[in-house]
Write a protein that binds this ligand. Structure first.
Ligand SMILES: *[C@@H]1O[C@H](CO)[C@@H](O)[C@H](O)[C@H]1NC(C)=O
Ligand SMILES: *[C@@H]1O[C@H](CO)[C@@H](O)[C@H](O)[C@H]1NC(C)=O
Ligand SMILES: *[C@@H]1O[C@H](CO)[C@@H](O)[C@H](O)[C@H]1NC(C)=O
Length: 613
C-alpha cells in the first residue's frame, strides 16, 4: 500500500475506539506501524507497543544489533516486548544474550528458537521453536510473566520456574526431566494438574534416558489436560500396555514422532485410541531390533522370518492408524521403518484412497527426510491410481530422491542442454496436467545436482500456486526443449507471490531474470546460495515492477565466482538511491550484482550466505 494513501487510511480510522485500533494495528507490517505512529499521540503509543510486541532476530548480526540497541531503548518500548524469537546459530552467546534480555525486557512472555535445518517442513512452522531448540541446557533468568519457554532449561533453572508451571503454555523438557517430574509427582490421579495451561510440549531424548512407556503418556494427560501439540524427538518408546483402560485426550491435535524408535506395533492402536482428534502427524519412525530366537531353530532364518512378520504388522498398524485419524489434514513423513516398509505403507494409503475406503481429508503432505533408496510407490502419486491422494492437496513437499535412484550414475548436468534426455526432470514432462492443479504451495528438495526441475513447467502444472521453494536443486527456467517445442508463455499473471531458491543452480540464467517479469504478483523473493550459470550479460536484476515485502539475496555466484558486491537501487517515483552495497572482498572477482526495485519492506543482503530460516 503506498504510504500516502495508507496515511489517509489511518486518518479515516481516527474516530474508531482505541480498544479496537489495537486489534487492527496487530495486523500491520512494521513500516505501516511506523506511519500509524505519526497519526496522534495515542496512536503512537499503541503502534510502537505493537511494533515491539514480537521481536524476530533471524541472524547473529540482528541479534548483536538488537542487544546493543536495547540499552538505549526507552522503558515503555522495552516493556512492550512480549515475545523473542531467536535463530539458535552456533556462534551465538545465548547465555549472555539471555542475561541482557532478562534485565531489559521485564514483561517477556515468550522465548523461542527457530531452526534453520528444514524450513520447508510443514510442521516446522507449527513447532519451529522446538526443532531448533538448542541441545545444551540454558540457565534462563527468571521472567515473571513467562508463558512459553522454547528451549531446554538446565535443572536448576527448571526448579526455579516451578512456581510458574501453572501459567506455562509451552515448554521443552529432556526425557530425563520429564521422568523426574513423573517420579516426584508420581500419582497420575493427584487432584491438581502440574501444568494446567500447557498447550505445546516438546520432549527431547538425552543420553541418560532410554525410553518412555505408556504409563508416562497417562501422566502427561493428567498433568497437561489442555495439551494440544506434543512433539517427541530422539526417543525410544518401549511398553505400550496399560494396566487400566486407555485414557483419551481430545485436546491433542498435533503429534510429532521425530526420530522415534519403536519396539512394539501396539503403540499405533494406542495412539489411535488416546488421541482420536489428531489433525497433524509428523512421522520419523524406526523399528527396534528385538527378535528372540528359539532353541533348536536355525537362528538366522528364524530371525529373518520374525523380522518380516513384525514389519508386516508395523505396516498394517501404521496404515490403519493413519486412515483411522478422521480429522487428519497434515501428514508429514520423514521415515517409516525401512525403505520397503515405507513403500508398502504409501502403496496401501494410495490403494485405500483409490478404492474409496479412506476418505482422506489431507491438505498438506510431505515426503521428506533423507531417503536412502528410491521409493517405488512414490511414482504412483502422479499416476491415475495414486493421484487421488495428491490431487486434493493444498501443499506438497517432496524430496525428489524418493523418485530417483541416488546411487544411479546419472551424467553430470549439461548446462547447455535444456531437455530431459540427458538428465531427468522432476516433475516429469509426461505428468498429467490436472494432478497438481489445486496446489497453492510446493517445495522440492535435494536433487544433488543430478535431477533438474523446470520453474516454468512447475508453474504450468500448478496454476494456483502461491508459494514455491526449491532447495538444493538444479533449476532451468524454461520447459523441456524436447517435449515442449514452444516455450510456454501463459504464466504471465501467474498468482505466485513467494519464490525461494536455497542452495540451487540456475542453468539458463539469461531466461531467468526476464522470467521474473511474468510474475507480477511476487511479494517475496529469496535467493540464498544460488549459482547463476550461462549468463551472457551483466548480472542485473530488475524488480521495479514488483511490490515486494521481502527481498533476501545472499551468497549469489555468477558461474563459479561469488558476486563480490551487490548494489540495490531503490527507485521511488523519479529518484533513485543506493540502499545497500557490500564492500568487494579480498577475492575481488569484479562481479557486482545490480538490483533495482521499488520500496521493499524487508531487505537482506549478504555476499556470503547464512543458513536460511
Ligand atoms: C480443485 O478445486 C476445485 C475448486 O475448489 C474443486 O472443484 C476440484 O474438485 C478440486 N480438484 C481436485 C482434484 O480436488
Ligand atoms: C550438451 O548438450 C548439448 C545440446 O544438447 C550438446 O550439443 C553437447 O554435446 C552436450 N555436451 C556434452 C558434454 O555432453
Ligand atoms: C553474512 O553471512 C555470514 C556467513 O553466514 C555471517 O557470518 C555474517 O554475519 C552475515 N552478515 C550479515 C550482515 O548478516
Amino acid at each position: 500500500m503506498p504510504s500516502l494513501s495508507f496515511f489517509s487510511f489511518c486518518f479515516c480510522l481516527m474516530s474508531i475506539p482505541l480498544e479496537i485500533v489495537t486489534d487492527i494495528l496487530l495486523e500491520l507490517q512494521p513500516y505501516q506501524l511506523l506511519i500509524a505512529a505519526t497519526v496522534s499521540r495515542a496512536w503512537s503509543e499503541l503502534s510502537l507497543a505493537c511494533l515491539y510486541r514480537r521481536v524476530h532476530l533471524h541472524t547473529t548480526i540482528h541479534q548483536k544489533r538488537f542487544l546493543a540497541a536495547l540499552e538505549s531503548l526507552p522503558l515503555t518500548n522495552r516493556e512492550a516486548i512480549r515475545a523473542l524469537n531467536l535463530n539458535a546459530g552456533d556462534d551465538v552467546d545465548l547465555e549472555f544474550a539471555l542475561v541482557i534480555f532478562g534485565a531489559q525486557c521485564p514483561n517477556l512472555e515468550e522465548i523461542s528458537f527457530a531452526s534453520s535445518d528444514d524450513g520447508t517442513e510443514p510442521s516446522s512452522r507449527i513447532a519451529a521453536w522446538c526443532h531448533g531448540a538448542p541441545t545444551f541446557p540454558v540457565d534462563l533468568p527468571l521472567f515473571p510473566f513467562i508463558r512459553c519457554i522454547g528451549c531446554i532449561l538446565d535443572g536448576k533453572a527448571l526448579d526455579r520456574y516451578r512456581p510458574s508451571f501453572h501459567q506455562l503454555t509451552m515448554l521443552a523438557l529432556t526425557a530425563k526431566q520429564l521422568l523426574c517430574q513423573v517420579n516426584s509427582n508420581g500419582d497420575a490421579q493427584s487432584p491438581t494438574a502440574l501444568f494446567p495451561a500447557m498447550q505445546t510440549l516438546a520432549v527431547i531424548g538425552d543420553p541418560w534416558t532410554s525410553s518412555l512407556d505408556a504409563s508416562d503418556f497417562a501422566w502427561l494427560q493428567h498433568h497437561c489436560p489442555r495439551l494440544h501439540h506434543l512433539s517427541l524427538r530422539d526417543l525410544r518408546l518401549a511398553n505400550p500396555h496399560f494396566s487400566a483402560s486407555v485414557p483419551v485426550q481430545l485436546s491433542m491435535e498435533f503429534l510429532d514422532l521425530n526420530g522415534i524408535e519403536l519396539e512394539d506395533a501396539g503403540w499405533f492402536p494406542l495412539f489411535a485410541s488416546m488421541y482420536p482428534a489428531l489433525e497433524s502427524l509428523l512421522l520419523f519412525i524406526q523399528f527396534g531390533e528385538q527378535a528372540q530366537p528359539l532353541d533348536g531353530v536355525d537362528i538366522a532364518v528364524h530371525r529373518a522370518e520374525l523380522a518380516r512378520q513384525r514389519f508386516d504388522e508395523m505396516t498394517q498398524e501404521i496404515s490403519d492408524w493413519i486412515i483411522g485419524c478422521k480429522y487428519l489434514t497434515t501428514l508429514y513423513i520423514k521415515r517409516l521403518g525401512t525403505a520397503s516398509t515405507m513403500s508398502d505403507i504409501l502403496e496401501k494409503l494410495m490403494d485405500l484412497v483409490c478404492l474409496g475406503i479412506w476418505n482422506s481429508k489431507l491438505k498438506r503432505f510431505a515426503l521428506s527426510g533423507k531417503p536412502t533408496h528410491r521409493c517405488k510407490s512414490a511414482d504412483r502419486f502422479f499416476e491415475r491410481t495414486g493421484s487421488a491422494l495428491v490431487s486434493s492437496l493444498d501443499s506438497l513437499t517432496l524430496n525428489v530422491l524418493y523418485f530417483h535412484d541416488r546411487h544411479r550414475r546419472y551424467p553430470r548436468i549439461n548446462n547447455t542442454d535444456y531437455s530431459c534426455t540427458q538428465s531427468p526432470m522432476f516433475p516429469s514432462c509426461n505428468l498429467a496436467p490436472c494432478a497438481l492443479a489445486n496446489l497453492t504451495s510446493m517445495h522440492l528438495q535435494q536433487g544433488y545436482g543430478k535431477i533438474k526441475t523446470s520453474l516454468n513447467w512447475v508453474l504450468q502444472l500448478c496454476p494456483s500456486l502461491r508459494s514455491v521453494g526449491f532447495r538444493r536443486m538444479t533449476i532451468q527456467t524454461d520447459t523441456c526443449h524436447h517435449h515442449h517445442q514452444h516455450p510456454f508463455v501463459a504464466t504471465s499473471n501467474h498468482p505466485l507471490t513467494e519464490l525461494t531458491f536455497d542452495g540451487c543452480m540456475v542453468i539458463d540464467t539469461d531466461a531467468f531474470f526476464p522470467f521474473l517479469h511474468e510474475l507480477p504478483r511476487l511479494t517475496s523473493l529469496t535467493l540464498n546460495r544460488v549459482g547463476f550459470l550461462e549468463l551472457k550479460s551483466e548480472p542485473c536484476l530488475d524488480l521495479g515492477h514488483l511490490l515486494l515485502d521481502r527481498l533476501w539475496l545472499a551468497g549469489i555466484s555468477i558461474g563459479i565466482y561469488r558476486c563480490s558486491s551487490m548494489r540495490l537501487l531503490e527507485r521511488c517515483s523519479s529518484t533513485q538511491r543506493t540502499l545497500s552495497a557490500t564492500q568487494p572482498d579480498s577475492y575481488n572477482t569484479g562481479y557486482c550484482l545490480r538490483v533495482s526495485c521499488g520500496l521493499v519492506e524487508q531487505v537482506y543482503f549478504n555476499q556470503s550466505a547464512p543458513l536460511l530460516l
